[in-house]
Ligand binder design. Sequence first.
Ligand code: BGC
Length: 269
Amino acid sequence: MIPDQLLKGQKALVTGANSGIGKATAVAMGRAGADVVVNYVAGREEAEKVVEEIKSLGVRAVAHEADVSDEDQVVAMVNRTVEEFGTLDILVANAGLQRDAPLTEMTLARWQKVLDVNLTGQFLCAREATKEFLRRGVVPEVSRAAGKIICMSSVHQVIPWAGHVNYASSKGGVQMMMETLAQELAPKKVRVNAIAPGAIQTPINRGAWDTPEAREDLLKLIPYDRVGDPEDIALAAVALASDLMDYVVGATLFVDGGMTLFPGFATGG
Ligand code: BGC
């Protein structure tokens, strides 16, 4: 349950918000009282549905199409957010994708696409959001921080992942980018943190859960013995963005049912 005024009056931008974790997070931010920009790159209809769902909660929401790896489009998106809502308080840099292949079949295009969206995209969004955070500064009635950035990482910022070198490298990069920005921006009262989801049931990993055999294999990697829901991440994002977590700076919150606990060692080693 989300205390419904936890983010009252705050303005949030969630990238990749028309499906999966981003969608659940955008709706949860709305439920917590924030106005929300629902970014998407493809799938306008789904984005509009998310907007309608958020509006029905009694807050404002708009859909905005932008490719987070395109500098001009990110600049325009943050400008639009400020035009619509007056300012920005929370960025959830969530947009991400996988283009899997074994190394010898990993084309430069696949490598580059994943790095562009998952890492460069977060960098561009963080940079533009921070300009607005610093322009406006702290408004104590709204939040103790001038701004909050949540980078959507993955357990694969620490777990190597054969066949996914582009994705794992992008998330390793997200960790260091997040920690560096957290160090750089903390004195300016901008809190930068990450969430590292484990296996969350979304379109990105359908093959890992949509047959009984795949699910059984997947559950061997999850001590808590259930596949995560987008809502598990959304609730963590709301809490992390709120002043409940005002002293949390530069942290990665693993929301993974224990996937990073080396479950193979529960019976071995
Ligand atoms: C990936 C999923 C995967 C999960 C756990 C996520 O970051 O996007 O495909 O199921 O990590 O391995």
